[in-house]
Write a protein that binds this ligand. Sequence first.
Ligand SMILES: Nc1nc2c(c(=O)[nH]1)N[C@H]1C(S)=C(S)[C@@H](COP(=O)(O)O)O[C@H]1N2
Ligand SMILES: [Mo]
Length: 323
Amino acid sequence: MLIRIRKPSDCATSEITPKATFLNRRRFIATAAAGAIAPMLAPAAAWARGKALPGVVKGPFNTDEKQTPYDLATTYNNFYEFGTSKGDPAKMSGDFIPKPWSVTVEGEVGKPGTYDFDDLIKPHMLEERIYRMRCVEAWSMVIPWTGIPLADVIKRLEPTSKAKYVAFETLYDKERMPGQGYAVLDWPYVEGLRMDEAMNPLALLAVGLYGEEMPNQNGAPIRLVVPWKYGFKSIKSIVKIRLQETMPPTSWNKAAPREYGFYSNVNPEVNHPRWSQAKERRIDTKTSGISALFLPKQPTLMFNGYADEVAQMYTGMDMTENY
Ligand SMILES: Nc1nc2c(c(=O)[nH]1)N[C@H]1C(S)=C(S)[C@@H](COP(=O)(O)O)O[C@H]1N2
Ligand SMILES: [Mo]
């Protein structure tokens, strides 16, 4: 989103690094401590992958489009807490230890408090949702997420009648998130949804991808997935959920209000002030050394193809005004 002038060396996919170069140090230590030295000599891919999440059932709304290869979905990321280049989050988040983790719930709820990750997310609730994801920067992916509907969590918290919006906040810890040492955004990263959007069955609280625990660079241990909105609405590494009466501030809206609105619904007809949103590049080929800028473009769909599920929430709303 921080659009820089590209140098030839700056090609997006050239930042894709082999797994071995961003090995998770925590796993390395764990493996060594267990005295299991042999696996360390095995090919990196065999042991750098996340822990499998057991008992995940197939959820609704799955696309059958070709899934983005795991290596691309985990090395071509936006997560400014770990750097502003697409390759930074994978390279810089290896030391981040996402558990234990808790989420503080505040505001217009009958059950406020600080919830441990394991109380919020029970393994038997997990489902897989294969969603299209569309970044505001006009690239897209298809990712199989593992998570639970956000609506399930919100219902359990017993929202009051005054709860009109849900505000989310990412962890703020400069020691653990080195990118927060740079004033590229007003930290912590914050996002928000209108109550009906949060309760829409498509909205997911994701704890994994490709059947495995969430990699750090994708927002470990818990993040939002809102597939009909531009990627930045899908806030990562959430530590706070607040239900409230007023529309909450959002990080990108604060940074550039003319460019990023509260709604940020994927809409090929409403262009970003600096570029068209009519088309997108599907990041789906491992083209090391070749810029993603050369991938062919495909049309972007209204609400990212989820109009049947979400369009009714916006009837009567001017989508150009409420971008
Ligand atoms: N906390 C936080 N959440 C974030 C971001 C970020 O910089 N910080 N980037 C957003 C953007 S712009 C996108 S496109 C998606 C990317 O998610 P992915 O890396 O899992 O594909 O995360 C979103 N969530
Ligand atoms: Mo994005």
